[in-house]
Write a protein that binds this ligand. Structure first.
Ligand code: SAM
Length: 216
């Protein structure tokens, strides 16, 4: 998802107290300091990479005040759409980070992240772009650097080829797959599941949604 350039989105992000803009070089200002300097508590940190307009992570943050959430999005023009909704959320446990996830290991210390959510990640269907997929071995190696010992990844998608690729990449990287399901909502909307914007759209179209959970 890349919305047309939204005028003033950079400025809005810079002004917003819950949003951090990265430039790929200021990682040391944040790495290992999220809880100490930003959240000011010792709660576990869960992140969503490619949060889009943020419906999923905002739902989680509202339900789980004892977890610190960080929603990561590459494009300012997309992230800015989450800011208005964020204002109505009376909680301090959610930050947004404008960043390309390629740089993730520069912004989080080893073991700093307890859980990673990947929802409806861009499929990058061409083979030559496989390393850009957020479940590629290259990205798994980055997650490996920041995940806590007992941490895990949750991934949902409507895209079966991407899901099959992800299962293979995860196995080949020596990770353990805790569960997978090719049709999460086969018996109606799954319990204890917050739908993302894309998930709602595809569910309403009757498309099967795949889900997996894995750990190192
Ligand atoms: N997760 C949302 C949902 O399920 O409704 C949005 C899904 S959308 C298809 C994928 C999102 O991931 C887009 O907003 C895109 O900009 C973002 N994204 C893609 N590659 C990224 C990267 N390398 N780092 C951060 N965000 C990325």
């Amino acid at each position: 998802m890349r919305l047309r350039n939204v005028k003033g989105s950079q400025e809005k992000i810079l002004e917003n107290p819950y949003t951090i803009q990265t430039d790929g070089t200021n990682g040391e200002d944040y790495k290992s300091l999220w809880n100490k300097n930003i959240f000011k508590n010792d709660n576990p940190i869960h992140i969503e990479i490619g949060m889009g307009k943020g419906q999923f992570i905002m739902g989680l943050a509202a339900e789980n005040p004892d977890i610190n959430y960080i929603g990561i999005e590459k494009y300012s023009s997309v992230l800015v759409r989450a800011l208005d909704k964020r204002e109505s959320l009376e909680t301090d446990n959610l930050m947004f980070l404008r960043m390309d996830a390629e740089d993730i290991a520069e912004y989080f210390a080893p073991g700093e992240v307890s859980r990673i959510y990947l929802n409806f990640s861009d499929p990058w269907p061409k083979d030559r772009h496989a390393k850009r997929r957020l479940t590629s071995s290259q990205f798994l190696a980055r997650y490996d650097k920041i995940l806590a010992k007992d941490g895990h990844i949750q991934f949902k998608t409507d895209n079966r080829p991407l899901f099959d690729f992800s299962l293979e990449e995860i196995k080949d990287a020596g990770w353990t797959i805790d569960m997978y399901d090719f049709n999460l909502h086969k018996n109606g909307p799954a319990k204890d599941n917050i739908m993302t914007e894309y998930e709602e759209k595809f569910f309403n179209q009757g498309k099967p949604i795949c889900k997996l959970i894995c750990h190192r």
